[in-house]
Every structure is written in structure tokens, then in C-alpha cells.
Design a protein around this ligand. Structure first.
Ligand code: GDP
Ligand code: CA
Length: 316
């Protein structure tokens, strides 16, 4: 089994390539759930749903999230009744999130629901939330007026457009969270573990905050290979640069690799960053230099092959 630690959009693009080079039945995806939250009475799990919809071939390609061709009748109805609906959720997507809310309220778990959602959409890869326990990514910020605030990740990113200066990131609930059933077993028994080109702070960093995860990555006999989401000192999209800078981490492939050095065997960096390879190799991590921008599924497949090759080239 190939294990993929995954955030949202960056991970989903990569996963779409990975399933063309590895049979999907042999892939286990461990999804970040720190972005989960309750809104309009339903349980949204943005990263897990993005990955599931993408592998199902129904994602809205333009936006990178949600379901292609979805309608927004529920949201319009909420707005007409005075709800400040800043989090966009299509009708079919709404049904997913309402079903999740109902399933969990009735005693089900996020992981059992994730399996049901994948099955319903014909996704053959296994998609696991990192934990069934609540973990919430909180961003400490100071706004333009000098006012400090503690925001849910979605308020920081979606509602306020990442405009505030970041003071710190807190993963509320992480200390008490247990890895979801199957997570540690998948890592321990993997052929290789890949870290998607996802946000190192609020996607991969959140997964690593679940007690036992980091240790499992260090202990597995499988090689662990990552792909840098930072190219030439900037993220391809998203706000990773603001979060990394807020945590005093260098915004570069070297900064990302340094955060994983205790368990990382190989790292794929972009051609634009070739000159930084020696600094990562000095951490005892093998480096592969590749074209890492995923414009097409073929790009994603080539990147997946490169990551698997880099992993296979190392020994534990
Ligand atoms: P989110 O949860 O939707 O923010 O998604 P992720 O955490 O999975 O992905 C966000 C990260 O993906 C950002 O840091 C981007 O730089 C990175 N990313 C997006 N597209 C690409 C790409 O084509 N190549 C690489 N190397 N990274 C990418
Ligand atoms: Ca996310």
C-alpha cells in the first residue's frame, strides 16, 4: 500500500496523478481534518471532501473544491433569511455535509462516513480522516487596527481572506486526539509513504500533530518521501507563505524539508529550486529535482512517479 498524507487542493491534484500510476485499491489517503467545522447546522470536512470529489471525477475544476455544476439554492435561501453566508456550499455538497452531521450525531464516526462517501462516489482508494476526534486549527492574528484575535482557520482564510498578520497557529484538541482506525497500521505496513505538496502548516502540520503520527513515520520501515508545495520562495496557491513566516520558518523548500527532517527520507523539489538541493541533502534527505507544477493530470502523474522513484531509491 502507498500511503499519502493529504491536505486539500494541492493533495487532490497530486492524488489524481497517483491513481494513474498505482492501482487505487493500493492507496490509502490520510486526510487533514483540522479545517473541519460546523456551519448552517452541518459538518463540513473540506480537505477530505475535496480529495474524495476529485478522485470521483466530480470536483469543480475551476474552483478546486465543491461539485461541478452544483446549484446554490440552499445558500440563496439562507441569505434571503438574513444569514451572513460567507462559507460557500453547493446543494449537493450540502447533502454530503448534512449526512456527515446526521451520521455522527447518530453515533457514527467521521471515518465510517468517509468510507461511505467514497463508496457512494465510486472512489476505490481508501480515504481516512487523520482522526475521529475533533481537532480545530486556530490562527492567532493581529488585524490592521492592531486588534488581536483567535480565529478558526476558515474564518482566517475564507471569511477574512488571510488579510491579518499571523502571530501563531494552535491545533486545538490535538493533544487528546487519537489516530483514526487504520491510520497507524497503514503507515507501519506501507510500501512507501508520500507527503503531498500540501500546506506544511495547516495541512501536513495538522496531521503530524495527532499524537503518534510523527513517531509512526519515523518508525515505519517504509521510505517517506515528500513533495515541496513551495516553489521559488512562494506557494503555488494559498497562504502557506503567511503562515510559515508567522512561525518564523523560511518560506522555501528548505524550510519545508527542515520541518520534516526527523522522518523524511527523500524530498522532491522544483527545477527552480535546484540550487537549494545541497542544503536539504545536508539534513540526510535525498533530493529529486523535477518539474513540479501540476497543470495537467499528466504533470501530476509524472510528479507521482518521481516521488515514488525517490522513495524507492532510499533505504531505511
Ligand atoms: P488546501 O487545503 O486546499 O490549502 O490544499 P493543500 O494544503 O493540499 O495545498 C495547498 C498547497 O498546495 C499550497 O502550499 C500550494 O503551494 C501547493 N500546490 C498547489 N498546486 C501545486 C502544484 O501544482 N505543484 C506544487 N508543487 N505544489 C502545489
Ligand atoms: Ca485545507
Amino acid at each position: 500500500v502507498i500511503v499519502l498524507l493529504a491536505g486539500g487542493v494541492g493533495a487532490a491534484r497530486f492524488a489524481r496523478g497517483l491513481v494513474t500510476v498505482v492501482p487505487p485499491e493500493e492507496i490509502t489517503i490520510i486526510s487533514n481534518t483540522g479545517d473541519d467545522f460546523h456551519v448552517y447546522g452541518v459538518h463540513v470536512s473540506p480537505d477530505l471532501d475535496i480529495v474524495t470529489y476529485t478522485l470521483a471525477g466530480i470536483v469543480d475544476d475551476e474552483r478546486g473544491w465543491g461539485i461541478a455544476g452544483d446549484t446554490f439554492t440552499v445558500l440563496d435561501g439562507l441569505r434571503a433569511l438574513g444569514v451572513e453566508a460567507w462559507f460557500s456550499l453547493g446543494d449537493r455538497d450540502f447533502a454530503t455535509c448534512a449526512a456527515r452531521e446526521e451520521t455522527i450525531a447518530a453515533g457514527g464516526t467521521p471515518s465510517s462516513f468517509a468510507a461511505r462517501l467514497a463508496a457512494r462516489h465510486g472512489v476505490r482508494a481508501r480515504v481516512l480522516p487523520m482522526t475521529d476526534d475533533p481537532v480545530e486549527t486556530r490562527i492567532g492574528v493581529v488585524d490592521s487596527e492592531g486588534e488581536e484575535a483567535d480565529l478558526h482557520f476558515q474564518e482566517y482564510w475564507v471569511r477574512r481572506g488571510a488579510q491579518d498578520r499571523v502571530l501563531g497557529v494552535r491545533l486545538a484538541g490535538a493533544e487528546a486526539a487519537r489516530p483514526a482506525p487504520g491510520v497507524l497500521e497503514a503507515i507501519a505496513g506501507a510500501e512507501a509513504v508520500l507527503l503531498a505538496p500540501s500546506n506544511p502548516v495547516v495541512s501536513i502540520g495538522t496531521i503530524l500533530s495527532v499524537p503518534g503520527l510523527r513517531e509512526a513515520l519515523a518508525a515505519t520501515p517504509a521510505p517517506v518521501a515528500g513533495i515541496s508545495p513551495i516553489i521559488g520562495g512562494a506557494p503555488v496557491r494559498g497562504m502557506a507563505d503567511k503562515l510559515m513566516a508567522g512561525l518564523n520558518t523560511e518560506v522555501s523548500c528548505v524550510g519545508v524539508a527542515a520541518g520534516y527532517r526527523d522522518f523524511l527520507d527523500a524530498f522532491v523539489i522544483d527545477l527552480a529550486d535546484a540550487a537549494r538541493a545541497p542544503e536539504i541533502e545536508a539534513m540526510g534527505v535525498a533530493v529529486a529535482v523535477e518539474q513540479s507544477l501540476m497543470h495537467t493530470d499528466d504533470d501530476a502523474a509524472a510528479l507521482a512517479k518521481a516521488a515514488l522513484g525517490a522513495a524507492a531509491g532510499t533505504r531505511r
